[in-house]
Write a new protein. Structure first.
Length: 95
């Protein structure tokens, strides 16, 4: 899993991914402190994340192993909205 910041929404006029409803979000990879890295990905939103929220993104095969994504063409799935990151140096990120 990786940290990312929701920076936008991806709108598709036609979808053939086998899901109904979940939206695609544009996510910029970050470090655990929420500092952006300039590298973006498109992820299916499974948790209702909002703009500028720090999220956890599952990538690759694990993104296709949930009940709603099994055997579907997903490479990135938002699986959590981060509230706090607590590291050896103390609180690295707090919502």
């Amino acid at each position: 899993m990786v940290f990312g910041m929701v920076v936008g929404t991806v709108v598709c006029s036609s979808r053939k991914d086998g899901t109904d409803g979940p939206r695609y979000l544009l996510v910029e990879r970050t470090d655990p402190r929420g500092r952006r890295k300039g590298d973006h990905l498109v992820a299916l939103d499974a948790v209702g994340a909002g703009h500028e929220e720090l999220v956890l993104v599952s990538e690759g095969s694990p993104a296709r192993e949930t009940p709603s994504t099994v055997n579907r063409p997903f490479d990135a799935l938002i699986v959590g909205i981060v509230d706090v990151v607590d590291g050896q140096e103390g609180i690295l990120y707090k919502k």
